[in-house]
Design a protein around this ligand. Sequence first.
Ligand code: FA5
Length: 362
Amino acid sequence: MDIDQLQQTLADLEAETTAKIAGITAIDELRHVESQTTGKSGTLGQMLGTIKDYPADQRGQVGKILNQAKGKLTGIFKQAGDRIRQAETSAEASKASTFDPTLPGVRPPLGTAHPVTLVQWQVEDVFQRLGFMIETGPEMETEYYNFEALNIPALHPARDMQDTFWMTNNMLLRTHTSPVQVRAMERHGPPLRVIAPGRCFRYETIDASHENTFHQVEGLMIDKNISIANLIAMMRLLLREVFGRDVKARLRPGYFPFVEPGFELDMSCLICDGKGCPTCKHTGWIEILPCGMVHPNVLRYGKIDPHEYTGFAFGLGLTRLAMMKYGIGDIRVLTGGDLRAIVPTPRLTGPTIKPESAGAAC
Ligand code: FA5
C-alpha cells in the first residue's frame, strides 16, 4: 500500500478503535482489544512488520507515520483505562457509603442442645444437689441384669410387657434403665443414692408417645428406714423443679416384679391441659414416673440384706418428660431428626401452661 493508503488505513483504525472501546467498562476487556490492536500480532503490530517491504527511501517516513499512530492509539487506550478505573473506584465508594457498620449483623439460626439432653441435665442437677451420684450402664445388656436380677425369671409373663431386640450373642438391647439398679448395688453397696440416665429400646408399635428408642432416668435410694414417704417427697420435688411449679399428678398402684409395692405416677397431660389428645391417648394423663419400694429379692441379687436396708426406685420416662416440658405433642419430632425440635418454634409449643391449671401434686 502506498503512503496515502497507509495514512487512510491508520485513520480508520483509530476511529474504529475509539468507537469500540467507548462502551467498555472492564479493564480485562480493554486489555484484550489493546492487544488485538497495538500488540505484536495485532493490526498495527503487523503493519509495523511491513516497513521492510517499502522502498528504502520511504522506510523512514513509513516508520515515522506508524510510530505516531502507535503513540496515538496507546494514548487512547490509556485514557480509556483511566476512565474505567475511576468508575470502579467511585462505585466502590458509593457502596461503602451505604454500608452502616452500626447496624446489627444477620444472625444465623442457632440450634440448642436436644430437649431430652436439656431435661436430663436438669434432672441430674436436681438429684446431684440431693447427694445422688450418676451411673451409666451398657445399652447392650445381659438377660440376667435386664430381667433375672430384677425378679423377672425366664417365662415370667412380665417379660412380654417389654419385648426387645435380641443380639446374635444372646445379649439384648436393654428395655429400661433398671438393670443399673443391681449393677450399682454390686459396685457400691449400701447406703446408695444413684441415678442412671440412658437410652432404652423396645420392640414397640410407634405412636405419638411410644418410640422404639427412648430415654429414661433410673433412680435408686437405699438406706436404713427408707419409706414410701421418702419416695413421694422425692417425686414431688423432681416435678416441681423441672416445671418450676407444682404440676397435677396422680399416684396409682402399678405392677413391676422388681418393686413392692409398685406405683404408676401419671401427670396431667400438658399438651391438652388434661382435656384429652393423641399424646395422652385421650385420657388427660400421661405415664411418666413408675416407681416403688425395691423388692427384697432385688436387694438380695444386689448382695444387700433386705432385713437391714430398704429402698425406693423409679424409672422416669425422660423423653416424655421433655415432651411435657417443651409442649411437644409427638415423640417422633424428638427422635426423627426434625430440626424444629432443637430450634423451638411456636408450632411445637403446646398450650400455655396456666398457673391455675396446677392442681394437687401426688
Ligand atoms: C419401666 O421401664 C420400669 N423399669 C420403671 C420402674 C423403675 C418401675 C423402677 C419401678 C421402679 P415402664 O415400662 O412403665 O417401666 O417405662 C417407664 C417409663 O418410660 C414410662 O412411664 C414412659 O414414660 C417411658 N416409656 C416406656 N416405654 C416407652 C416408649 N416406647 N417410648 C417412650 N417412652 C416410653
